[in-house]
Design a protein around this ligand. Sequence first.
Ligand code: BTN
Length: 241
Amino acid sequence: MTDFKIERFPLLDSTSSYLKRLADEGAEEGLVIVADAQTKGRGRRGKSFFSPEGTGLYMSFLLRPKIPADETLFITTATATALSLAIEELYKKSALIKWVNDVYVDGKKVAGILTEASFSGKGELDYVVVGVGVNLTTKFFPDEIKDIATSLGEDKKEELLSLFLSEFSKIYEAFPSRDYFKEYKRRSFIIGMEIEILGEEKRFGKALDIDDDCRLEVMLENGEKVFLSSGEVSTKLKKIR
Ligand code: BTN
């Protein structure tokens, strides 16, 4: 198993920001930072991640993977897969993935993943900091997310952390094998759904598939087929199962 070393803090600005500072100073692969609360928890696309004290798992881990820079996305999908497996085993609830990296239970988001990479001067991958936030017992969410977010309901933080790290290790150590990707796709509930593509102009379509490069294949309303890359767009489900 990947040698994970866990450091815990009562309060940080953001476990990912803190770990990036350590990574820049040369910290080794496998360092895991966990905080009971974050004052500036960060989500994707510059959003904040609601991180109230003692009600969630807020953690970041450091990898120095020997993979091509353009394969960083597979760290994210591996994390989503491992997290879903761990949640499902511990909470006995079906955990599904919204392309590309949100984990949903009972039709609502319980966890988000933020992957941040740093590159060497030659454009090679230097390190990746993966931040994971899971709502465990949070009861009240801010207005902007209260309709789409939920919690797992019970505080099994330590078991979840350790099971997640062990599931992730199995996938990571098998890299560059992408065998796990079948499991990722199996859990991707966006396939077959009507979606709204958020971008400069609003577009609507039906998600058809996720290809081997993790692009979302969508049939637009006008009959045109497009492949969306996660870095370029985000999607909104028109309705959630
Ligand atoms: C998202 O939903 O857009 C991603 C959320 C990622 C949140 C986690 S919480 C631990 C780590 N530290 C952060 O500041 N963000 C990630």
